[in-house]
Design a protein around this ligand. Sequence first.
Ligand SMILES: Cc1cc2nc3c(=O)[nH]c(=O)nc-3n(C[C@H](O)[C@H](O)[C@H](O)COP(=O)(O)O)c2cc1C
Length: 200
Amino acid sequence: MNILQINSSARREGSHSTGLADRLVRRLRDTEPSAALTVRDLTTTPHPHLDEATLGALFTPADKRSPEQSARVALDDALIAEIAAADVVVLGVPMYNFGVPAQLKHWIDAISRAGVTFRYTEKGPEGLLKGKKVYVALTRGGRYRNTPADSQVPYLSTVLGFLGMTDVRFVYAEGLAMGADAERAALESAYGEIEEAVAA
Ligand SMILES: Cc1cc2nc3c(=O)[nH]c(=O)nc-3n(C[C@H](O)[C@H](O)[C@H](O)COP(=O)(O)O)c2cc1C
């Protein structure tokens, strides 16, 4: 079993989403000790955003690309290869300004490639990253679960599903900015959700 862990907090130290993602991985490896782990930390290894030059590189046929264009596409290729090889994906995702961190969006932009990770057929779009289990550890300062202000869950469910990843479990730690007691309770609750998620 190959596990791919994606950390998207901008914090290198003290990140709750990374801590919960680490815990998810630890619990998964307790049941599958031989599982291989790849960790991609989008803060220590930031991925470049989708700019005009990148679009130009992606839409230029491979044999016509400049060395710079080939190098840029190769960065995205590496992320696609990583997720294609994963059986299980664990995402650590803080809420930033009611959305996902920009770095996670860059990762999603990199792995979403027509003809490679999804394609259109006469029946509609088909995701090509199939057969994977995905766990998402969400951390928030406030509490937005099951409210319209929680744009993260619909967004991630949609884009991951579009790419073929339909088995997605969300674990929440909410109210982390609402005092020490609320923070402790949020983490305890998230630990319980992790146990339920890995047992399911
Ligand atoms: C730039 C920034 C924006 C944030 N925006 C929100 C927000 O919109 N809603 C919310 O509930 N918490 C927000 N928070 C709080 C974080 O979601 C919370 O601190 C979370 O634990 C951060 O994840 P981390 O511990 O993995 O770094 C924000 C924090 C930062 C630093």
